[in-house]
Design a protein around this ligand. Structure first.
Ligand code: PLP
Length: 364
């Protein structure tokens, strides 16, 4: 079976096998990682190794802290403004789809205002704003964007500049939930990066936040203590009990990326091949279509529609019977979506393409 789920997503088979081997008895210690105290030396070694491997994979500079926290990416929609609006100012956003809209909504809900510095709404979110379209407010405290809109399948092809009209720079904040670790990244361009784990990092229940250390002093004082980047950082992400098992599994995924895949440049090449061939199959068919401009097509989430939506149900049923799972589009938009996260092997994409061609020949 191949799993194209958008999240929680497929995990590498070798990671799951390793977890199974270690499930009842972690390396002869006589207990499961799930049963370890998060303060125990052997658990701290697991947690620290995971951070070290993530730092190596993304070449995270020393002046960035890495936090392993909870509440999903959704909690970061609130935590980001709490942490960055302590000196006043307005949260600024690039609006490119449903997840960005939720982040904007949360900032407005909590702090009354949010400035949309650029939007792709007019294009039906089929192309991201061009750099020249971005206009921050004079009082911008930071600029937030969604690197890859998981539902729309719209991905930035560049890292935006976060500059106020007077030329001063503000921190760039990015929701990378569905694209982190899909390829190399220049972390130094960002103030804050956050990502829910359940796509390219590991199981649900964990969020990774990467924050530049000069931003730890900008928090509002009225913030719940668990939201605080400084408090989390000072406590090694252990203010309270962290998601210990998810953190451990994330560590196994980082090791898989390093050792089995050979790092993020190698991952990038595999992801490019996977996405290119699926989009080529869609574009070359008379039955399937994807509306996103070429340069902003997501490599991780490939939505497509069938020319006749009466074929949706048979398509999904036959795909499932062929072992191609979770191809249904998000409930808010319908159609199909194939998520091609890191753990989806190239053979899975080949199998999907062959199935799509066969289905079109028989039913198209
Ligand atoms: N942001 C993006 C880009 C996502 O894809 C998702 C979930 O799919 C979220 C935020 C919300 O994540 P969570 O369910 O971890 O709160």
């Amino acid at each position: 079976h191949y799993n194209f789920c958008a999240g929680p997503a497929a995990l590498p088979a070798t990671v799951l096998e390793r977890a199974r081997e270690e499930l009842l008895d972690y390396r002869g210690r006589g207990l499961s990682v799930m049963e370890m105290s998060h303060r125990a030396e052997e658990y701290l070694a697991i947690a620290e190794q995971a951070e070290a491997d993530l730092r190596e994979l993304l070449a995270i500079p020393a002046n960035y802290r890495v936090l392993f926290t909870q509440g999903g990416a959704t909690l970061q929609f609130a935590a980001v403004p709490y942490n960055l609006l302590g000196a006043g100012g307005t949260a600024n956003f690039l609006y490119t789809g449903i997840w960005g809209k939720k982040a904007i909504g949360e900032a407005r809900h909590l702090f009354g205002s949010a400035h949309i510095a650029a939007s792709s709404e007019e294009s039906g979110h089929s192309a991201v704003p061009r750099p020249s379209d971005i206009a921050l407010s004079a009082d911008a405290a930071y600029l937030h964007y969604t690197a890859n809109e998981t539902i729309g399948g719209l991905e930035f092809d560049y890292i935006p500049e976060a500059v106020r009209p007077d030329g001063s720079e503000v921190p760039l904040v990015c929701d990378m939930s569905s694209s982190i670790l899909s390829g190399p990244l220049d972390v130094s361009r960002f103030g804050v990066i956050y990502a829910g784990a359940q796509k390219n990092i590991g199981p649900a229940g964990l969020v990774v936040v990467i924050v530049r250390d000069d931003l730890l002093e900008r928090a509002r004082p009225d913030m719940p203590s668990l939201f605080g980047y400084k408090a989390l950082s000072d406590a090694g992400s252990m203010i309270n009990t962290p998601a210990t098992y998810s953190w451990y599994l994330a560590g196994l995924v980082f090791q898989w990326l390093k050792e089995d895949i050979g790092g993020l440049a190698a991952m990038d090449a595999i992801n490019a091949r996977k996405a290119e061939k699926l989009y080529a199959a869609i574009d070359g068919s008379g039955l399937y279509a994807n509306p996103i401009v070429l340069r902003n097509r997501s490599r991780m989430n490939v939505p497509f529609v069938l020319a006749d939506d009466r074929l949706d149900k048979p398509f999904l049923a036959e795909a499932e019977a062929a072992g191609l799972l979770n191809l249904q589009g998000h409930r808010s938009v319908g159609g199909m979506r194939a998520s091609l996260y890191n753990a989806v092997p190239e053979e899975a994409v080949d199998a999907l393409i062959a199935f799509m061609a066969d289905f079109e020949q028989r039913r198209g």
